[in-house]
Design a protein around this ligand. Structure first.
Ligand code: CMX
Ligand code: CO
Length: 145
C-alpha cells in the first residue's frame, strides 16, 4: 500500500535561505518550486534520491503565505523544523480508506491537490503518535478532485 517515503516537510520562515542551507551543506538542488494557494504555502522540493517504483524521495521546504495557514500556525507555536512526513502510495483513496478503517482520522474527505498535481490526504497527528502524516499519489497517476 505504501511504497516509499515521498518527502519530509520542513517548516521555515525563509524558503530561499533554507534552500541555500540545503544546497551549501548537502548539495541538494531545488527540483521544483511552486505556490499552493489551498495549502497556504510557497514550497520547494529538493530531490534526495530516486526509488525502486520510479518515483523519488524529497525534502519539502514550506514557507507560509498566509498568517492563518497550518504552516504559519506551526511556526508560531513550535518554530522552524520538521512539520510532517509523507508516504507514497499508488492509490491515495484506497490508502485513506484503509487507514480510516484502522481508526486514524483522515483530515481530507477527498484527496486535495499536492505538489506538481499529485493527490494528497493528511492524517491527524494526534492519531499518529504526534506525527502529522501525509499520503501522496504521484502526479501521473493522480486524479485530485
Ligand atoms: N505535527 C504534529 N502535531 C501538530 C502539528 C504538526 N505539524 N500541527 C499541529 N499539531 C498539534 C498541535 O501541537 C496541537 O497539539 P496540542 O493540542 O497538544 O497543543 C494540536 O495538533 C492542534 O494544533 P493547532 O495548532 O490547534 O492546529 P489545528 O488543529 O488548527 O491544525 C492540523 C492542526 C494538523 C489539523 C492542521 O495543521 C492541518 O490540517 N494540516 C494539514 C495541512 C497542512 O499541514 N498543509 C501544509 C503542508 C502542505 C503540503 O505538504 O503540501
Ligand atoms: Co507535504
Amino acid at each position: 500500500m505504501f511504497t516509499r517515503i515521498d518527502h519530509i516537510g520542513i517548516a521555515c520562515r525563509d524558503l530561499d535561505a533554507t534552500a541555500a542551507f540545503y544546497r551549501r551543506v548537502y548539495g541538494f538542488e531545488i527540483a521544483h518550486e511552486e505556490v499552493n494557494e489551498e495549502q497556504g504555502v510557497r514550497e520547494a522540493m529538493l530531490e534526495v534520491n530516486g526509488t525502486s517504483d520510479g518515483h523519488r524521495t524529497c525534502i519539502q521546504l514550506l514557507e507560509p503565505i498566509r498568517a492563518d495557514s497550518p504552516v504559519a500556525k506551526f511556526l508560531d507555536s513550535r518554530g522552524e523544523g520538521v512539520h510532517h512526513i509523507a508516504f507514497g502510495t499508488p492509490d491515495v483513496r484506497g490508502a485513506s480508506a484503509d487507514v480510516r478503517e484502522a481508526g486514524v482520522r483522515v483530515l481530507d474527505a477527498e484527496p486535495r491537490r499536492g505538489t506538481s498535481g499529485s493527490a494528497i490526504a493528511f492524517l491527524h497527528p494526534k492519531d499518529c503518535g504526534g506525527v502529522l502524516t501525509e499520503l501522496v499519489q504521484a502526479p501521473e497517476a493522480a486524479d485530485p478532485t
